[in-house]
Design a protein around this ligand. Structure first.
Ligand code: BGC
Length: 896
């Protein structure tokens, strides 16, 4: 008993006894920006945490980390005996390190594969009080290609074979299991089953990469799936982008990596006696064709339920008719951990209406536009063929209209209809169909049947899928249109996030670099998307030519090195890592891309030594006026060089920093020489995009900024307070106005409800953003594009004023510059930054204007309040909640 009490002290007491109630409280521990991840392959993982608490002035002055393989030892923490003392099970102890760092790279002894590491941090506040976080963990997977035991296997079919293959293997286990992990690398898509049960809740694993350069493996905890005794593993292997059989204008069917899907699997089991056993993919696996008779990530999935093989993924099973598998080549020599949040089904969307045209033709309406799949529950005679046609629009007749989204599809026959699933009933009672290896962009589903079927509104359900990024931002205002635009922007952002950012979920599903770099701030203000960007920037690096050239779409089978890949699009290589650094304070992605940005900039420099470049698409899909391509492309080129010079400084590459600073100055000079009217402050022919791009990308000489801003404001007024921009101008127009004294005008544009505007779309029932300003545009009118989505970031910047500070990124220091714009009574923005939640709220109430800011523990802010009578009031604040009130007639805000 005594003994037990002592144990309690060691294991449970430290946090309670030594972390005094008033000491700092640690929370939100992550490894590689994921919570307790499995199967990581980073050899120096990044560990991060945050401090909890809404009180004033919470600050970390020091921290100490301890990591090891024994959770009890780590729970014991640094211990009274003094941190730094080596203890049982501890492999790494930093000792007390002074400073505010809350993101630290592991630099202890070499990590071992397949090992669970526990870590814990102790932090000290200004008063010298210590607090400890709970124990966090991460588990390593394949740290080297040689750690794989399994073979890459496939069936004997070729790339033209339509049906997806099943694979199965049975085995028996005799010892008592402690834990089991499945490591699955696949070229294609898969669903994994153990003893008949689908493993995990991810969909569309693994994510799309340039398959001949990089393949991803996924790790699952499968301890609970295994039996003592006989077991069976099943794999259903689909094509994904690896073996795309549908034909469209980007030639993915001709991709150099294309082959019949294959996979490699290791099931690693740890027993109570400490031993391990690995069941692997190999020659003893068996294969057969599945009822998934056709599957295309691009168009749809066809299932003939009559071909069902009951119990195929269970054991025991008589596999007569099944064939032996064959070994096949590794798709690339670079099989790495997926490392990114998975794609999941995130929302169930019930149909709000069904229209019955006949007993063989029904149209379901989900009431909102989504990316994902539909599921149908149906009953009918065997052999009945159901076609489920998905689209975003209806013809006036009420039938599904795909004419806005099927334009780049080039079918070779009618066997593979666009955005259409085909299901053939087996005729045994109620049947459920939902595709596994495809997703679509849609609001409507037209179900036609070869024989009468009875369908009701709840026969069909929509499922919204996307990369499962945690929401980290909220916007709420007294203007419902603004709230709607924000929600629609997020819907489009998520509809275009499937392990890589896409342009649209229906027509293309392409990783357009321009759309992605324009939307990165919208993404990062609203979602914890770092892991998706880190994954996708690796894809960009994989695609870069030695001379620095990038394709316009990533990944690509080769298309896009020829068209659309100027700096206005492919600046994604610089702009995204820079923004990730700004939002997370984590320089790793920028460091990983540094040489790539350099090669890229050097290439443009070698082609365009004058500093002006005409390479690019320009202000894509403009309202009416078109800014010269040279203008916008040079602005992007300049932005990249500035980022590179700043990154060089950050990484102490002094020569580079000096060289690229000079190059930036040269570009700026050439640009202003050609486009700036120094007398009036006007640029080019004075279009909204020209003026706002020059301001936003900091090309305007400082003394001239007020003049240029005034010219821009006049331009907007002359344009009847209406937008006259395309894609590149939507990035700059609102920001350039609100950053330079014209927030009211920016708000007018942002809240317009007449054509062309975001509000116009909302008034016409949009639940997502569109690709074109006129809703009835003749072309380029996908109804789920993130391209015009910068407004979703602008709400945080231009109204809430929550801005990162280059000097202390990751919102350690926040530039808080709210704009209390005319025409809006209340506005609230919150953003969960690496330190906690930042909130910026303002409200007008009679003669009072109240502003409330919340700064998370460990962060500080410089708050600039615009005085309604003119001028500004600057306040330095640290963590906590602060209220400032201005009353009509008073000269300043007072603290409330
Ligand atoms: C895509 C865009 C993309 C553009 C490039 C379109 O087809 O949908 O979003 O950026 O092409 O020109």
């Amino acid at each position: 008993m005594k003994h037990l009490a002592f144990l309690w002290l060691i294991i449970v007491a430290p946090a309670g006894l030594w972390a005094q109630p008033s000491g700092p409280v640690v929370t939100g521990m992550q490894t590689e920006h994921l919570t307790d991840p499995l199967g990581i392959d980073a050899t120096h993982p990044r560990l991060s945490w945050r401090l909890k608490g809404g009180e004033r002035n919470i600050e970390q002055t020091a921290y100490a980390l301890v990591a090891g393989t024994d959770s009890a030892a780590i729970l014991g923490g640094e211990g009274r005996a003094g941190y730094g003392a080596a203890g049982h099970g501890k492999i790494w102890q930093t000792g007390k390190r002074w400073g505010p760092a809350q993101l630290v790279t592991y630099d202890g002894p070499t990590l071992q594969p397949f090992t669970r590491y526990y870590w814990r941090v102790t932090v000290w506040n200004r008063e010298g009080q210590a607090g400890q976080g709970p124990v966090a963990s991460f588990e390593t997977g394949m740290l080297d290609q040689s750690h794989w035991k399994g073979s890459w296997i496939t069936d004997t079919k070729d790339i033209r074979t339509k049906p997806a293959a099943y694979f199965r293997h049975s085995f028996s286990l005799t010892k008592t299991i402690v834990s089991a992990r499945a490591y699955v690398a696949a070229a294609g898509l898969y669903e994994l089953f153990i003893n008949g049960k689908r493993v995990g809740d991810h969909v569309l694993d693994p994510m799309y990469t340039r398959f001949d350069r990089r393949n991803l493996y996924v790790t699952y905890d499968v301890t609970e799936y295994l039996n003592n005794g006989s077991n069976a593993i099943g794999m259903l292997l689909g094509n994904g982008w690896y073996n795309l059989q549908s034909t469209a204008v980007w030639y993915f069917d001709k991709a150099p990596w294309r082959a019949r899907p294959s996979f490699c699997l290791d099931l690693r089991i740890t027993y109570t006696d400490g031993s391990t056993e690995t069941i692997s993919s190999g020659k003893d696996w068996r294969t057969a064709l599945s009822p998934v008779v056709f599957n295309s990530i691009y168009t749809g999935e066809h299932v003939d339920a009559r071909l069902d093989i009951p119990h195929w993924n269970e054991g025991p099973f008589i596999d007569t008719g099944w064939k032996n598998v064959i070994f096949t080549g590794v798709p690339s020599q670079h099989v790495v951990a997926q490392g990114s949040v998975p794609i999941r089904i995130k929302d169930t969307v019930n149909a709000v209406d069904v229209k019955r045209f006949s007993d063989t033709d029904y149209v379901f309406d989900l009431g909102r536009n989504i990316a994902g799949v539909s599921r149908i529950i149906v009953q009918g005679p065997a052999g009945t063929i159901l076609r489920l046609k998905h689209g975003e629009r209806l013809y006036p007749t009420g039938h599904v209209d795909q004419s806005n989204i099927d334009v780049h599809y080039r079918p070779t026959d009618d066997s593979d209809p666009f955005q259409t699933d085909i299901y053939i009933l087996k005729g045994e009672g109620e049947e459920t169909f939902q595709p596994r290896f495809n997703y679509k962009g849609f609001q409507y589903v037209e179900v036609t049947a070869s024989q009468p079927v009875a369908l009701k509104q709840n026969s069909l359900t929509g499922y919204f899928m996307h990369s499962d990024v945690r929401p980290v931002g909220t916007i709420q205002s007294s203007n419902p249109t603004i709230n709607q635009i924000w929600a629609a922007t997020n819907n489009s952002y998520l509809s275009n996030l499937f392990g890589y950012p896409t342009d649209c979920p229906q027509r293309e599903k392409n990783g357009w670099t321009g759309d992605a770099q324009i939307a990165v701030e919208t993404g990062l203000y609203n979602f914890d998307a770092i892991t998706v960007y880190e994954k996708w920037l690796a894809d960009l690096r994989d695609e870069q030519q030695p001379n620095g050239v990038l394709p316009s779409i990533v990944p690509t089978g080769g298309w896009g090195y020829e068209w659309g890949n100027g700096p206005d699009w492919t600046s994604a290589i610089a702009i995204i890592p820079w923004n990730v650094y700004m939002f997370y304070g984590d320089p790793q992605l920028l460091r990983d891309c540094y040489e790539n940005i350099k090669r890229y900039v050097d290439h443009i420099n070698s082609l365009y030594p004058s500093g002006l470049t005409t390479w690019g698409l320009g202000d894509w899909i403009p309202v009416k006026s078109k800014t010269p391509v040279e203008f916008t492309s040079t602005a992007y080129y300049y932005a990249d060089v500035v980022i590179l010079a700043q990154a060089a400084k950050l990484f102490h590459k002094d020569e580079d920093s000096a060289y690229y600073s000079r190059l930036a100055a040269k570009i700026k000079a050439a640009f202003n020489e050609k486009y700036l009217n120094k007398v009036t402050g006007a640029y080019g022919s004075g279009l909204q995009t020209e003026l706002s791009a020059a301001l936003y990308w900091h090309l305007v000489p400082t003394p001239i900024i007020p003049k240029t801003a005034a010219v821009l404001a006049d331009r907007v007024r002359a344009d009847s307070m209406k937008l006259d921009v395309g894609l590149l101008g939507t990035k700059t127009i609102l920001n350039a106005l609100s950053e330079n004294g014209y927030a009211d005008l920016a708000y007018r544009l942002a809240s317009n409800e007449t054509e062309p505007s975001w509000g116009w779309w909302m008034k016409n029932g949009a639940t997502t953003l569109y690709e074109n300003w006129p809703i009835n545009a003749g072309s380029d009118i996908s109804m789920n594009h993130i391209m015009f989505g910068e407004i979703g970031a602008w709400f945080y910047k231009g109204l809430g004023g929550i801005l990162p500070d280059t000097a202390e990124p990751g919102f350690r220091h926040i530039r808080l510059q709210p704009h209390f714009v005319t025409g809006l009574n209340e506005f609230n923005a919150t953003h969960d930054c690496p330190f906690g939640t930042i909130a910026s709220h303002w409200q007008r109430d009679g003669d009072h204007l109240t502003y409330t800011a919340t700064i998370p523990a460990g962060a500080s802010a410089t708050l600039t309040l615009e005085l309604p009578g003119g001028g500004t009031q600057v306040e330095e604040i640290t963590s906590g909640t602060y209220r400032f009130i201005w009353v009509t007639g008073e000269a300043k805000f007072h603290r409330g």
